[in-house]
Design a protein around this ligand. Structure first.
Ligand SMILES: Cc1ncc(COP(=O)(O)O)c(C=O)c1O
Length: 355
């Protein structure tokens, strides 16, 4: 399928921001990628055009029933000056899995990847030059039928927009203080927790706000049935180190299969370390933290790569993990992943892609 290119005229292209003062998601690049779906024609019209507002009927299905999915990945300036991406194909594979779960049409991954690469080439000047800052890439798919009867949409819009963002987290800071959430749940098994659907994030907002109001950095989610098994931390997967052994909750349908999570598992295995995906009982975990058996905890995700957790607040009591210091396992994984991403270390896994 041929990609239509409708670039900005020089006068339409906007001045670049000060890359040292970026706020998350406030500014967008000059262009966007779009394609549309209809039942008769399937996906059609892949186009790159100037970034613009969408025009939608107030009846549009996505606005009422949240039939929407998205992805999040980053492009960054590598040490050799090239623009790098980390496992972009995996984001589109996950997006197609989310589409299946949300009764939305899958798309051709090659068309989406080609659209993304062309978009990045066109908006390359928007990729911040300094390490840590990046161009955040947001693919999304929305249901566009202008019908408020509850049913799956027949028409959809897929688009990719991009936003320059500052460093999310600097390793070397104190670990996060996290509130273990017992009242609210993010997702339940059989629900849509393993899909990257906007509705999951709407469901998480109240708990995250309440945790922040109480002075915590974010909420740790427990399973929705027994409120007993650890699932995720904020919008990250979670890992625990017991000396050199590392464990993470197994994928059970209600947590997001993170690409950073998968990369950490593959990295640890390549180092010959023991890494296990298992059910993690919060009571056992807290006892292990208090006894010093659990030596580190960290979240993983595209935005921060690794976010060390310094303390878990459970049933009114703070449980500091190894004196809240950032531990060697988090630091080693953070360095290994970012060195691969920035082209400072050999990518033996074939994870990176340059534009
Ligand atoms: C709920 C949730 N869990 C985990 C992750 C981490 O996933 P990834 O490593 O693919 O960014 C994210 C971020 O995308 C998320 O939103």
């Amino acid at each position: 399928m041929k990609l239509t290119l409708d670039p900005c005229t020089p006068s339409q292209c906007r001045p670049l921001p000060d890359f040292t003062r970026l706020e998350f998601g406030k500014l967008y690049t000059d262009h966007m990628f779009t394609m549309e779906y209809s039942p008769e024609l399937g996906w059609q019209n892949p186009t790159i055009s100037p970034f613009k507002n969408l025009s939608l009927s107030p009846a549009t299905l996505v606005l009422h029933y949240a039939q929407e999915i998205f992805e999040g990945l980053k492009a960054y300036t590598r040490v050799d000056g090239d623009v790098g991406l980390f496992r972009p194909r995996d984001n589109f594979i996950r997006m197609n899995n989310s589409a299946k779960r949300m009764n939305m049409p899958e798309f051709d991954i090659e068309i989406a990847l080609n659209g993304l690469f062309k978009l990045l080439k066109l908006d390359k000047r928007w990729v911040p030059p300094q390490e840590g800052a990046s161009l955040y890439i947001r693919p999304a798919m929305i249901a566009t039928d202008a019908v408020i009867g509850l049913k799956p949409s027949t028409s959809y819009l897929f688009y990719i927009i991009m936003s320059p963002v500052g460093p999310y987290f600097k390793i070397g800071e104190k670990g996060l203080n996290i509130f273990v959430e017992e009242q609210y749940v993010r997702a339940v098994r059989g629900g849509i927790g393993e899909a990257k659907a906007g509705a999951n994030y709407a469901a998480s907002l109240l708990a995250a706000s309440e945790a922040k109001k109480k002075g915590f950095a974010d909420a740790l989610w427990l399973d929705g049935v027994e409120r007993r098994y650890v699932e995720e931390v904020g919008t990250m997967n979670i890992f625990f180190a017991y000396g050199s052994k590392v464990i993470t909750p197994k994928l059970n349908g209600s947590l997001l299969p993170g690409i950073t999570r998968q990369s950490i598992i593959e990295l640890l295995k390549s180092w010959g370390e023991t890494v296990a995906e298992e059910s993690i009982d919060i009571n056992t975990l807290i006892a292990d933290i208090d006894a010093g058996r659990c030596t580190e905890c960290f979240g993983s995700g595209t935005a921060a790569v690794i976010s060390p957790v310094g303390s878990l607040h459970y049933k009114g009591i703070d449980h500091p993990i190894s004196g809240e210091a950032i531990g060697p396992v988090s630091q080693k994984i953070f360095k290994a992943l970012t060195d691969i991403q920035y082209g400072k270390a050999k990518d033996a896994f074939g994870w990176t892609r340059t534009i």
